[in-house]
Design a protein around this ligand. Structure first.
Ligand SMILES: [Zn+2]
Length: 90
């Protein structure tokens, strides 16, 4: 086992690093979704203003052979003017 690790050290490091990256990405996604949920507050901003749909933004990320699109939805509070990008259409 120890020899195998020594022989494949580079691969082990890359595999561990990618795993950590995936875990970080998933945790960030969950955290931002919870933050969205809290901010959305059934359609009302912290100031009691109403979230109003403004626009959607589609981002395209290209990696070696796949093209992914990711859409966020921008809402603006009609009272304090605060804007927030939600990750789903509300
Ligand atoms: Zn507000």
């Amino acid at each position: 086992m120890k020899e195998w690790i020594e022989d494949n050290l580079a691969e082990v490091i890359i595999a561990t690093a990618s795993l950590l990256l995936i875990v970080c990405f998933v945790l960030t996604a969950i955290a931002s979704h919870k933050e969205d949920e809290r901010l959305w507050n059934n359609g009302y901003c912290e100031c009691d203003g109403k979230w109003v749909y403004v626009d959607s933004v589609t981002q395209i990320s290209k990696s070696s052979d796949t093209v992914r699109t990711y859409t966020t939805y921008i809402y603006r509070c009609d009272r304090c003017g605060r804007m927030h990008e939600f990750d789903e259409l509300r």
